[in-house]
Ligand binder design. Sequence first.
Ligand code: MG
Length: 338
Amino acid sequence: MKLTYQPFELELKHAFTIAKFSRTSTPVMLVQLEHEGYTGYGEASMVPYMGESHQSATDFLQKVDVNQFQYPFDFEAIINYLDEIAPGMPAIKAAIDIALHDLEGKLKQQPCWQLLGSDPALMPVTSFTIGIDTPEMVIKKLEDARSFKVVKVKLGRDSDKELIKTIRSVTDVPLYVDANQGWTDLQESLDMTYWLHEQGIVLIEQPIIKTDIDSNAWLSERSPIPIIGDESVQRLADVTKANGVYNGINVKLMKSAGMHEGHQMILKAKELGLKTMIGCMSETSCATLAAIALAPLCDWADLDGPFLTTNNPYVMPEFTDGKWVLNGDNGLGLRLRN
Ligand code: MG
């Protein structure tokens, strides 16, 4: 098996502003694993707040001995091996895991979604995310979102209600909101959940700082809308901890170190009665296809990465009626540009 990789800078369509920062591009690492005439494609999307970079990813990949990866792939052993090389760094570990899943599908001549037990008929609609912006820009971004059945809005500033009112003045599409830990006052937070409920909001992601477990649990118990843990839920061990604190979890492959553990997280959450959402970072078609393969196992999908970028190096996956379409290609179904 041969490992190659290229650093890539993924440009964003709009400067992306959430509760704590703003940026215009995302460093990604594109990874390929060649084996028996097939190539598996993987990707690490390294959003700055997660602490990974082109340099840290390169340093990590130089320590990886791909001869450790035997066919048939034992993903549990592989992720343990990667965790032994260095703690953390879930995005670059995900890149390797995704490339191995793509390779596995190509070797077994089956799509990844089939190997993971996903039913294409259960594909949820995908939301389209709108960052914090001026009312004029929000309305412009909503025009970009016309082909989506759900819109996700980033909250966490004083202008939250104005933003929702602006959106409601032009559309009654269902909304997800993500406060990215921006809410502080507990009673105000509860009042806000009731106000948002009246505005047709479906779910709220990570309203309160993740370290305040008691407040998150208090709010989840009382909110008329499901509260979903995102920043607080990274890997498999966090799912059990989320039980009783949140009503659901947001699984992202760049947090979970890839498809294998992301799949385990979804199954664990279902077992515990937690709702499941699958989300993404700013990603190319590669990591998005990896998440799409798991999306039918989840209640909600927030997989808009390729719509928010301008230089996706791969062909855009098929998207119809607000949903991604699982193709019958072996592996991820990633298609290269000619
Ligand atoms: Mg979130």
